[in-house]
Design a binder for this molecule. Structure first.
Ligand code: NDP
Length: 282
């Protein structure tokens, strides 16, 4: 059964599409556009990008991919922390919208916490919302203390998502951040769900237990990693895929269920945290 995630009353497939490193090489552009469009066909509706990626180049790729089909996608972009003030955020968002060839974002995230006071960023987000430029706003790379500070600010409870690093070999958020987000009904968007195809953890893709389970289920290790991330209520994964084969594989992971025995084996190989850990970032 396809897994979904609830974004304040709007249900979306629990796997979306990342875009980091897209828009960097002109030789890969056509393939990147085709991959994003294929992802939409496969039901990977949410597309995650940022003004940071390829210095706006990733947003341009997304804009091209969505030409004539904007209404089929749920678009997320992110603002640099130093652009998250009342005046600068509006300008940064307008630049993103131009590159994305659209007039609104479904979700706008503060990429990480910087020096601008949270209350000012909230005001900026509210202004963008009132102008119809963004439907919702949220944050990224916020640990539990940052999030509770945000939620204590006036208007902070409108925070619609927290995008953080989460994969099988980096489970720190399970100790407190994830339960906190679940309790507050704030969706968690897991970035690097494939640990960047193992680049962040070299033993991951080749790990014996993972390969054994994947083989027994007739799936790939990447699919196992994605099915594992989205097993939890309120968590979605945003893998980046630059090829049609990877996109199709990732979309199929929406329907993969892991048994309690498989989950126990994965817990043995990659134990859940038993204490508070600092939020992992890339
Ligand atoms: P991922 O864990 O998504 O890994 C991406 C890598 O995995 C690419 O090399 C891709 O190769 C490969 N891949 C994709 N699908 C498969 C598959 N089925 N089998 C094998 N390999 C596969 O890492 P990202 O860093 O890209 O994270 C995902 C997204 O999260 C980013 O693109 C970005 O949108 C967001 N992000 C947000 C951050 C934040 O601070 N908020 C930080 C980092 C990421 P190929 O391209 O060849 O398909």
């Amino acid at each position: 059964m396809t897994k979904f995630i609830d974004f304040s009353g709007q249900s979306l497939p629990a796997i979306g599409q990342g875009t980091w490193y897209m828009g960097e090489e002109s030789s890969r552009r056509t393939q990147e556009i085709a991959a994003l469009q294929a992802g939409l066909e496969h039901g990977l509706t949410l597309i995650d990008t940022a003004e940071m990626y390829a210095d706006g180049g990733a947003e341009e790729v997304v804009g091209e991919a969505l030409r004539g089909r904007r209404d089929r996608a749920w678009l997320v972009s992110k603002v640099y922390p130093w652009n998250a003030g009342v005046v600068d955020a509006v300008e940064a968002c307008e630049r993103s919208l131009r590159r994305l060839q659209t007039d609104y974002l479904d979700l706008y995230l503060l990429h990480w916490r910087g020096n601008i006071p949270l209350e000012e960023t909230i005001l900026a987000m509210e202004k963008l919302q009132q102008a119809g430029k963004i439907r919702r706003w949220g944050v990224s790379n916020f640990d539990s203390s940052d999030l509770s500070e945000l939620l204590a600010e006036k208007g902070g409870e409108a925070c619609a998502a927290n995008q953080v690093l989460y994969h099988l070999a980096s489970r720190g958020i399970e100790f407190d951040l994830l339960p906190y987000c679940q309790q507050k009904a704030i969706p968690v968007m897991a970035y690097c769900p494939l640990a960047q195809a193992g680049r962040l953890r070299h033993d991951l893709m080749t790990h014996a237990t993972l390969n054994e389970i994947a083989q027994q289920k007739g799936i790939t290790v990447a699919q196992l990693l994605l099915a594992w991330v989205i097993r939890k209520e309120g968590v979605m994964a945003i893998p980046k895929a630059g090829s049609l084969a990877h996109v199709a594989e990732n979309a199929a992971a929406l329907n993969i269920e892991l048994s309690s025995e498989e989950l126990s084996r994965l817990n043995e190989a990659f134990p859940p945290p038993s204490r508070k850990m600092a939020l992992d970032v890339v």
